[in-house]
Ligand binder design. Structure first.
Ligand SMILES: Cc1cc2nc3c(=O)[nH]c(=O)nc-3n(C[C@H](O)[C@H](O)[C@H](O)COP(=O)(O)OP(=O)(O)OC[C@H]3O[C@@H](n4cnc5c(N)ncnc54)[C@H](O)[C@@H]3O)c2cc1C
Length: 453
């Protein structure tokens, strides 16, 4: 059975794709039309009821080409989907149409020292596992590494665990090549290499269906995990910065959490007293010897330590960092929402100001990354939500003080990390998607030819 009523000639499209897996069951289609925009009360309201008409699950690039040709022929929008863990409603179809689910495209083409080539639907953890066999690993991964696909991370994510060494995904060199399928009358496969990859990097699936990816790898270390607690928040923040700047200490993650955030980490509560702020760290075992002195300088206390071997079992600290922090907090209190921001680099004054200014209303969660050769502080602050107006006021106040806000309460690409679509990327878009069928409605500056879904 297929959904009704329809704006598009779905029957004709389905008939032309005989051998490809198609899901028409309404509850499954609804489920696969969702992502984690539900962290935002604003997006939850705005995106309610937006669903695709059907889900198509191609098994390989040839099948993607066939789907693309059919969508171009019948002028049906197409929203690519990896695992649906995006936070901005990126893979919620605004105008119905096809959800292109890449989960069957999970082939690891090859892994060599320093580089891997994979299909778009491969889970990040699977790439890591394969790379480890030859002593390498992903340079960075979101805290959703177990569920998220590489295609979704590139098209929708920004960075994560490992960004302390390599910056965000958008940094030159973090992506070697992308193969995309176009939505022209006769769809083509285009390979973007080197700086050209930026045309489809973090483009939310509006600049091509990514089918294959070549990604640089990092040398793998035995990673130990630690929790360090502090009496004062600024001691924790200063410690985080000092560790981030200690180039000789090899690390993969520095997350700093103002109290009461650690109390939302139910499984970690035995290690973090209620009145303490905490840093969650992932450090290479050979560097561990250097930590105690640094921790002492900032009056911290190690309350939890697992060797790399032990860290393979039980809770993984990575799954408390980045936007997993928000997930844990919302599990305890679903009225909590969040911000995504980057504080000005090189000093912690703005962070200290916000800490005192907002108090418990905006609980500070800092991450430390390397960006443009400097240490930078993205933050995913937890917000005690009262109203949309107040939320906007909080974001405006941050912007006035020089904090970059990637607004997680908007589904427009330009409100997020990528502020504008560069003219050359727009030209590329016009070429690969002449009918405006790819994830329509997600850019403020592109017109949409369909009626609201
Ligand atoms: C608990 C939680 C923690 C998170 N932590 C982080 C984090 O640490 N760092 C971070 O950067 N993000 C984080 N995110 C958001 C992040 O975007 C995702 O985790 C991940 O990168 C997306 O992968 P996905 O496969 O789920 O993509 P999806 O959600 O399926 O898709 C994301 C976007 O990419 C597009 N897309 C997917 N596949 C393709 C393709 N093959 N071709 C073209 N476009 C495609 C979709 O249309 C959509 O616009 C988090 C989200 C949650 C819910």
């Amino acid at each position: 059975m297929v959904n009704t009523p329809r704006k598009f000639d779905i029957e004709a499209l389905v008939a032309s794709l005989a051998d490809i897996e198609i899901i028409t069951d309404i509850s499954q289609v609804s489920k696969l039309s969702q992502d984690y925009h539900t962290f935002s009360p604003i997006l939850t309201a705005k995106l309610a009821g937006k669903v695709g008409d059907i889900v198509i699950r191609p098994a390989n690039q040839n099948e993607v080409l066939k789907v693309a040709a059919a969508c171009a022929k019948y002028k049906i929008p197409i929203t690519s989907r990896g695992s649906g863990t995006g936070n901005y409603g990126q893979c919620v179809p605004l105008y119905g149409g096809i959800i292109l689910d890449t989960s069957k495209m999970h082939n690891i083409c090859w892994v060599k020292p320093g580089v891997a080539r994979v299909e778009a639907g491969v889970k990040l953890a699977a790439i890591d596992k394969k790379a480890h066999e030859i002593g390498w690993e992903m340079r960075m991964a979101p805290s959703t590494y177990r569920t998220a696909s590489i295609g979704g991370f590139i098209a929708g994510g920004s960075g994560g665990i490992g960004s302390i060494n390599y910056g965000l995904m958008g940094e030159r060199g973090n992506l070697i090549a992308l193969q995309i399928v176009t939505l022209e009358d006769e769809p083509r496969i285009i390979e973007l290499r080197g700086d050209e990859v930026q045309k489809a990097n973090h483009a939310w699936g509006i600049n091509g269906i990514i089918t294959e990816i070549e990604i640089p790898l990092a040398p793998a270390y035995p990673w130990a995990e630690l929790i360090v607690t502090f009496d004062k928040f600024m001691q924790a923040a200063k410690f985080g910065q000092a560790l981030a700047l200690s180039d000789g200490i090899i690390k993969k993650e520095i997350g700093v959490f103002a109290k009461p955030i650690p109390q939302y980490f139910t499984a970690l509560r035995p290690y973090i007293p209620e009145d303490k702020h905490a840093a969650l760290l992932i450090i290479a075992e050979p560097s561990l010897e250097f930590l105690p002195n640094l921790i002492q300088e900032y009056q911290g206390q190690i309350t939890y330590q697992k060797s790399a071997q032990e860290a393979l079992k039980g809770s993984h600290l990575a799954e408390y960092t980045w936007n997993h922090t928000t997930l844990h907090a919302r599990t305890v209190d679903s009225s909590i929402t969040y911000l995504q921001s980057i504080f000005p680099t090189d000093n912690l004054q703005t962070i200290e100001h916000m800490y005192h200014h907002f108090g418990d209303e905006v609980m500070i969660h800092l991450e430390f990354i390397r960006a443009g050769g400097k240490v930078a502080n993205p933050a995913l602050q937890l917000v005690r939500y009262t109203s949309e107006e107040r939320l906007n006021e909080i974001m405006r106040y941050h912007e006035e003080k020089g904090v970059f806000i990637a607004n997680p309460h908007s589904y427009f690409i330009e409100d997020g990390w990528k502020r504008a679509i560069a003219p050359e990327h727009l030209k590329f878009k016009e070429m690969v998607d002449p009918y405006g069928l790819m994830n329509p409605g997600k850019s403020k500056f592109l017109s949409v030819a369909f009626a609201e879904g």
